[in-house]
Design a protein around this ligand. Sequence first.
Ligand SMILES: NC(=O)c1ccc[n+]([C@@H]2O[C@H](COP(=O)([O-])OP(=O)(O)OC[C@H]3O[C@@H](n4cnc5c(N)ncnc54)[C@H](O)[C@@H]3O)[C@@H](O)[C@H]2O)c1
Length: 384
Amino acid sequence: MSTIQPIRVGIVGLGQRGLQHLKALWTLQQEGIVHITALVDTYLDNLTENKIRQHIDGFQLGHIHTSTDFFQTLKSIPLDAIYFAIPPSIHKGEIVSSAQAGIHIFAEKPMSLYLNEVIEMEQEIASHGVIATVGFQQRYDSRYESALQFLRDKEIVMISMIMNSTLEGHSVKHTHTEKQGGPVNRIWTSNYQWSGSTVVEAGIHQVDLMRYWAGDIAWVEANYVERDSSDIVDGGDNPYAYQVTFGFASGAIGNLILSRLRKVFYTDSYNSILWTHGHLKFEPEGVVAYHYEGPYPPAQPPSQEETRHLLPLADQRNATEEISRAFVQAITTGNAKVLKSTFSSGMNSLVAVLGANLSHQLKGRRIYLEELLTDSEFEWFRKK
Ligand SMILES: NC(=O)c1ccc[n+]([C@@H]2O[C@H](COP(=O)([O-])OP(=O)(O)OC[C@H]3O[C@@H](n4cnc5c(N)ncnc54)[C@H](O)[C@@H]3O)[C@@H](O)[C@H]2O)c1
């Protein structure tokens, strides 16, 4: 019998993402790894067993503490770790207080829309020595892991990620934004003030993947096409289209192109990683590398067999469950190295997407991330 005590976890925010985490933790609880101890949400209707069961088969509240008051819960309920899955614009010191209480932290991306706020979070996490990660679960997706393995000994020159999607088409959201001056339809991801733009809210995943493969970003340049004021419905004011260029410390370039059109209901995407002598693509069949390794120069144009290579792939796992397994393992062993992204290392993804917003505001000026974090010129942008 294992003598390791299950990690006592709480979740703050039982909306779209918090429910996904709860589902993963419910599985880990059956395995005796965690003990779901507290659930906190501003709205009581998000905390009822009936509602949660619509998302997690067989879920039972049992002895789980539920509350609409985070700080009261922090004071009264002993917890080892807390997941934060609330909209990024409305943090009120919850992560800082948790770190100060020595509690390990799982923060959903984007950790905040304000650099000073997130810098304070990072400092408190570091000074209290707690384990902390960010919801970049795509790093645990076997397709992206196999790309990483394949690219390890190659020099990436350019990564391009394009995603066209619809302004209205987000999954259901659970924050009662209609009571907080936000969209009545609750799709706060379409609103700039709530989401910080599509680049920040959604594009941060692509940016973090680019960093997974190509390392840290040094600078960013961006131009957005703003939505016409006559085309804003229910607070959905995020730009129509975004074009962002990232400069990696390695010298590689990244391109992120996003759009959020209204009345279209059509989505498509294109992703490619170029290294000095090949392309890596994510195709329906799997991850495919296009490169030629035969005698050079070839006597005739190489065949498809010689240039198209399907990469071996580990079984597809549930990335949301995997990131939680890694987080819990890091806490149990005290070894943060099992995390594919810590809070601190994830900062570069956040600073890069916030830097894109600033670059657009400054008409496409190149923003160096180091300066954005420290230069007095940008204090107005960093503060909440
Ligand atoms: N990693 C991913 O793939 C992924 C996917 C979806 C969302 N997210 C992120 O998760 C976060 C939450 O998004 P969501 O889609 O779950 O939103 P949501 O609106 O569906 O849910 C947020 C929940 O938090 C609650 N809440 C808000 N403020 C609170 C507070 N101060 N204390 C307690 N509860 C509070 C709301 O009532 C709501 O139930 C966002 O940062 C979002 O970007 C990440």
